[in-house]
Each structure stands twice: as structure tokens, then as C-alpha cells.
Design a protein around this ligand. Structure first.
Ligand SMILES: NC(=O)c1ccc[n+]([C@@H]2O[C@H](COP(=O)([O-])OP(=O)(O)OC[C@H]3O[C@@H](n4cnc5c(N)ncnc54)[C@H](O)[C@@H]3O)[C@@H](O)[C@H]2O)c1
Length: 383
């Protein structure tokens, strides 16, 4: 049976995320496999139309991946009915207006996080999508990391007993640009350009915490701009105006306390760039990006505090690695596959623009907590 075609406008695909995760490892990979399988045994093949500001860059990307269709004119792409889906991975400040234009053109919309730079705009877009009855989605890639998939299975199996606390550590040293090239774009460090680690990471912490451990009830957060001067892609120094670290504590509705450290100014002494330690009455788990290790109540070493003697326990050896049990695919591709099935045959897809707005709500509240120096409640957000 020949695969049917689904036209997808892809905007912002010359960037890091747009190119690597969304175009190459998701859409092109799906195309190579013959498309997304549907429930009737047939396939749907995504057909991308690349959109970008710089014609040389977009054309050269199209050529590199073996595609023919590209444009610098978003308006004409949105007017083209052969492409019913709009995807956006542009820099954050450009997303809300482009998503609004796509919704007005009647497109189904899938996009990177954060959906906007403030809650009101995000909620407005979520309401618009619901009113227009188009399909919508936002990237929630961390849920599909093998380490977090293993952690979820442990939680669901009851292995941890009653969960007490979560300790999340995210980050690494992002070079300032003086001696070594920075590994992230400079706009990430300028608030006026949509930068800031709270805006970048708290949408993730929203779906990770609420998805794995339940509703977030309240939070307290302090941010910081630890490094005040950096060097950009063109070798020019600039003032870092956005937060490059955030230290937050969350109280969840079921009593779990979660702490999340997010920092681009920390040197890594842990197994991965993101680790989540979950302590429960019956056992503990430490999840990384791919791995997850566990310790049962029985295996827990009997630690006693005595700084006068050298430590006699090897704490690291008391953990067991959870074996791989699935063929873990790229999380962005998994979510694209579900979104395409959602568009074509209405398969369930829980990560819509309302979910994106909930992520923005957490950003807004973390910034408020930092500004006011107090705990803030997270009210349940509905359309
Ligand atoms: N899901 C995730 O884990 C994850 C990770 C990193 C970034 N992101 C999100 O993806 C989006 C893109 O981030 P990125 O790291 O790929 O950024 P990037 O700077 O590498 O790419 C940005 C894209 O937007 C385009 N663009 C349009 N106007 C621009 C401008 N004025 N300045 C610079 N670029 C401009 C660029 O050409 C490029 O295609 C952001 O919204 C970011 O929050 C998500």
C-alpha cells in the first residue's frame, strides 16, 4: 500500500534543535523508515517544507538532507493548503507570533518549548487552538529519555514504596567564550533575546515532575546570573542579562518534595548532565539520561556520622543498574510519530498547547518567587 503524504512546514530548522533533533533524527528518519504506521496497517509519510530567514542556509540544509522544498516566505507557506501542519523551532521570542499566524491559517501546530515568553500569551494560544479545533502539541522530550522511562516503570511497579523526595541536578559548564567556544547560542544568556535558564528549563521541570510524581502545589525559586560577561558567536563580548542558574524547591500535591538545581555554571561530578534521585520508603533510584540505578531498603548501607575516622563505606558500589528492556528510540522521533498519528487518525496525544501553557505558568511563578523572595502556589490551569 502506498504511503499517504502529510505536508509539514518546518520553521527554524537551521538551528541546533530544529536541524539535529527534529529534521534529521525525527522527520528524515521517519521518512527513511517509510513513514508513520497507522492503525489500519498503512503509512503516512511526512513531507517537509523548510522555512528560514536566510535563503543560502535553508537551501543548503535542504540539499544536505535531500529535500527540494524550501522558502523564506512564511506567509506563502502558511497559505499553502498542501501543508496542513506547522512546526516551530525558531528562537523563543519569534515562536508565539508564528504559532498564532499558523493557527489563524488553520494549521495543526507542533512546536518546541517554551511556547511563549509569558503565561498570558501561551494560554491565549492554547485557547485559540482549542477554539479552532486544530491539533496541537509541544515537545516534552525528557519524558522519553531511556533513564526516565526506566524510572517511570519503577514508580509504576511500586518498587520505591511511598515516594518521599526528588533531587534533580541539571547542568554543566557552558564556556564563556574567552578561551573555548561556547557550546550554546549567545541568545540563551540575554534576557532581551529570550534567554534564561528558568525560561529554558522550567517547562521541562513542569512535565517531568507532574508527569512522574503528580501535581505541583507550590514552589520557591532563586535564580542567579553567575557569569556576567560572555563572548558571542562572532567573538564579541556581551553582557549576560539572563539567569544562568536557578535553585528551586517544589511541594507536590501528594507530599513529595522535589528540589531542582539548574545551572550552566557548574562542573559535572555525577553520572550524567541530568540526574534525578528519588528516595522512597522501600528503595531509591537515580535516573540519568540513559541509565537508572537502584538500591533497595535491604541493600541500604548503615551509614553513621564520624568525621574522625576515614569513611569505610563505598557508597557507589551499593547500587544496581536497571537493565535495558526496550529498544529506546530518539525521544523527539517518538513524540513526532505520536503527533503525526494524532493529526491523521486522532490517536491520543496528551501534550497539547494547554500543557505548553502549564509549562509557562511554572516559568512565570518561578520568576515571581525569585523576584518576591517567597513561596508561590501553582493554581490548576484550565482553558
Ligand atoms: N527540547 C529541548 O530539549 C530544547 C533544547 C534546546 C533548545 N530548545 C528550544 O528550541 C528553540 C531553538 O533553540 P536552539 O538551541 O535550536 O537555537 P539556535 O540558535 O541554534 O536556532 C534558532 C533558530 O531560529 C532561527 N532564528 C530566527 N531568528 C533568529 C535570531 N534573531 N537570532 C538567532 N536565530 C534566529 C535560527 O536561524 C535558527 O534556525 C528554543 O526555543 C529553545 O528553547 C529546546
Amino acid at each position: 500500500m502506498a504511503a499517504r503524504r502529510l505536508g509539514v512546514i518546518m520553521n527554524g530548522v537551521t538551528g541546533r534543535m530544529g536541524k539535529n533533533q527534529h529534521l534529521v533524527r525525527s522527520i528524515m528518519a521517519i521518512r527513511e523508515e517509510g513513514g508513520v504506521p497507522l492503525s489500519d496497517g498503512s503509512f503516512v509519510q511526512p513531507d517537509p517544507l523548510l522555512v528560514g530567514r536566510n535563503p543560502e542556509k535553508v537551501e543548503s540544509l535542504a540539499r544536505e538532507v535531500g529535500l527540494e522544498d524550501w522558502t523564506t516566505d512564511l506567509g506563502s507557506a502558511l497559505a499553502n493548503t498542501a501543508y496542513p501542519v506547522y512546526f516551530d523551532a525558531q528562537v523563543t521570542p519569534l515562536r508565539a507570533d508564528a504559532v498564532r499566524a499558523a493557527l489563524e491559517a488553520g494549521k495543526h501546530v507542533y512546536c518546541e518549548k517554551p511556547l511563549a515568553q509569558d503565561l498570558d500569551t501561551a494560554l491565549d494560544l492554547a485557547r485559540m487552538a482549542a477554539k479552532l479545533e486544530v491539533k496541537s502539541g509541544v515537545v516534552q522530550d525528557k519524558l522519553f529519555l531511556p533513564g526516565l522511562v526506566k524510572l517511570r516503570a519503577l514508580i509504576d511497579s511500586g518498587f520505591l514504596g511511598r515516594i518521599l523526595s526528588v533531587k534533580g541536578d541539571f547542568g554543566y559548564w557552558v564556556f564563556e567564550g574567552h578561551d573555548q567556544e561556547p557550546q550554546r547560542p549567545s541568545w540563551n544568556y540575554r534576557r532581551e533575546d529570550g534567554g534564561g535558564i528558568i525560561l529554558d528549563m522550567f517547562p521541562h521541570w513542569h512535565y517531568v515532575l507532574s508527569g512522574l510524581f503528580g501535581r505541583i502545589d507550590s514552589l520557591v525559586c532563586t535564580g542567579a546570573t553567575h557569569i556576567e560577561e560572555r563572548v558571542d558567536e562572532n567573538g564579541r563580548g556581551y553582557a549576560a542579562t539572563a539567569d544562568d542558574a536557578a535553585y528551586a524547591t517544589f511541594r507536590l500535591a501528594d507530599g513529595v518534595i522535589a528540589q531542582m538545581n539548574s545551572s550552566w555554571c557548574t562542573r559535572v561530578d555525577r553520572d550524567d548532565l541530568l540526574t534525578l534521585q528519588v528516595d522512597g520508603t522501600d528503595g531509591s533510584a537515580v535516573a540519568g539520561l540513559r541509565g537508572c540505578k537502584i538500591q533497595t531498603a535491604k541493600e541500604t548501607p548503615r551509614a553513621t556520622w564520624n568525621p574522625d575516622l576515614p569513611n569505610s563505606l563505598d557508597f557507589h558500589s551499593g547500587w544496581t543498574e536497571v537493565p535495558d528492556s526496550l529498544n529506546y528510540e530518539n525521544g523527539f522521533k517518538v513524540q513526532w510519530t505520536s503527533f503525526i498519528s494524532h493529526v491523521v487518525e486522532d490517536a491520543p496525544f496528551p501534550w497539547d498547547l494547554l500543557q505548553a501553557a502549564r509549562g509557562m505558568q511554572l516559568v512565570d511563578l518561578a520568576l515571581k518567587s525569585w523576584r518576591d523572595g517567597c513561596w508561590v502556589r501553582v493554581e490548576e490551569l484550565e482553558l
